[in-house]
Design a protein around this ligand. Structure first.
Ligand SMILES: Cc1ncc(COP(=O)(O)O)c(C=O)c1O
Length: 412
């Protein structure tokens, strides 16, 4: 076994330098004995509204709840908009489709652009044309890379439906105009799950919006739709952010920009090292040649900022799991985000979008691996990752059957 260890994420390394500040902030909450919503949550909401540039930010219990609340605030699902169709990607975390379906709305899964892994805007437009009872469009800024918000805004406006951003992985990501994720949709949904760039000490989430009425509804919906006390005009849920989470997040927010830049620098290190070894970006399909059957993430377009919540590489499907096992034997943590696209999940069989209907999502699910990219990585750790990935692929590349041919065997 190698002596260098590289976990997928090392939250202890993040905690060590801010330990005293965090413990003091938690102590203050303990002394105040105000645990749910309250001054710390309000302050965090104000700070995150300022950080993102959204007019309103409303804390809630999780990113999954943020999606539920945004849909409910926009009248989709259980407050009257039953059976509405929501266009969203299949290649995403379960909550995107799960929260939609839980409300009685129907997810309609759209395929991804294989270069960005994000929902393909032209396929979305086509799906919007062909979908009856269209209620909303919900792209995901996957892995911390924004979708093209100008195009999505235009599509949502063309079809007259709300645009909801699943920005759970994208706090601080910027779109092609330099606008932050969560500021150009009708609502933006964020997660503070510990593995996110801004992660709490438990569950937490947030919804952003620029619309006063939507913000008002969100604030009611997170307390069972209650206004005034014990009167309920709307069906909501109990989804309030805890004061301890808000206190922790406020301390962490002060380091967020530095952490983003650390991740971006690590991604740049990998990009260069893998390119030097013969890899190409996802702009070249895996089967289209190159010296190494490895594709690095496509860089953000001009003006945009990728925050690399995940650094995801692509390799031939028949090597993927063995490469992961190899990296594990070198003490390198990896993950597959996500092995089963939502349209193929057993609980969505009733949607009748069977295997084969979203080929790019299905290929990405077979061919991708997330590598460690957290900001505290040392150069030695990153080099160990690069050497281990490249060494394995050099040893095995000739044995693979990439869609369309192996490295060097196809045109390009
Ligand atoms: C794309 C996406 N949507 C929604 C969520 C749900 O967030 P949470 O885990 O806080 O409920 C996540 C979290 O992993 C996510 O990655």
């Amino acid at each position: 076994m190698s002596e260098i260890t590289v976990p997928l994420l090392d939250l202890k390394a993040q905690y060590a330098p801010i330990r005293e500040e965090i413990r003091a902030a938690i102590d203050e909450v303990c002394d105040a004995q105000w645990f749910v919503l309250g001054p710390n949550v309000t302050a965090l909401e104000e700070e995150l509204a300022a950080y993102t540039g959204a007019k309103h930010a409303i804390g809630c219990g999780s990113g999954s709840d943020a999606i539920l609340l945004a849909l409910m605030a926009l009248d989709i699902g259980c407050n009257g908009g039953h059976n509405g169709r929501v266009l969203c990607p299949s290649y995403t975390f379960f909550a995107t489709g799960g929260s939609t379906a839980r409300l009685g709305a129907f997810p309609v899964y759209v395929d991804i652009d294989p270069v960005t892994y994000n929902m393909d805007p032209e396929k979305t437009r086509e799906a919007a044309r062909n979908t009856e009872n269209l209620a909303a469009i919900m792209p995901v800024h996957l892995f911390g890379q924004c979708v093209d918000m100008t195009v999505y805004r235009e599509i949502a406006d063309e079809f007259g439906v709300p645009l909801i951003e699943d920005a759970a992985q994208a706090i601080g990501s910027k779109d092609e105009t330099g606008a932050m994720a969560g500021t150009r949709g009708d609502a933006g949904c964020f997660s503070f799950f510990p593995s996110k760039n801004l992660g709490g000490f438990g569950e937490g989430g947030l919804v952003t919006t620029n619309d006063d009425e939507t913000a008002h509804r969100l604030k009611l919906l997170r307390v069972h739709g209650m206004e005034p006390k014990y009167y309920h005009a709307m069906l909501g849920l109990n989804s309030r952010l805890d004061a301890i989470q808000a206190a922790v997040l406020r301390v962490k927010l002060r380091s967020l920009e530095a952490w983003h830049e650390g991740r971006r620098a690590n991604a740049a290190f990998y990009d260069k090292a893998f390119a030097d070894a013969g890899a190409r970006t996802t702009a070249t399909p895996l089967g289209a040649g190159g010296d190494l059957p490895l594709r690095t993430p496509a860089p953000a377009v001009d003006g945009a900022r990728h925050i690399y919540n995940q650094y995801v590489i692509r390799v031939p499907a028949d090597l993927r799991d063995d490469l992961r096992a190899h990296l594990g034997s070198k003490n390198i943590g990896t993950e597959v985000y996500y092995p089963v696209p939502l349209h193929m999940q057993a609980c969505f069989a009733w949607l009748n979008q069977p295997e084969g209907t979203l080929p790019e999502s299905e290929a990405a699910a077979r061919e991708t691996i997330a590598l460690p990219v957290y900001p505290e990585l040392t150069d030695e750790q990153k080099q160990h990752v690069v050497d281990s990935v490249v060494g394995y692929l050099r040893d095995h590349a000739g044995s693979t059957s990439v869609r369309g041919g192996v490295a060097g065997s196809a045109a390009g």
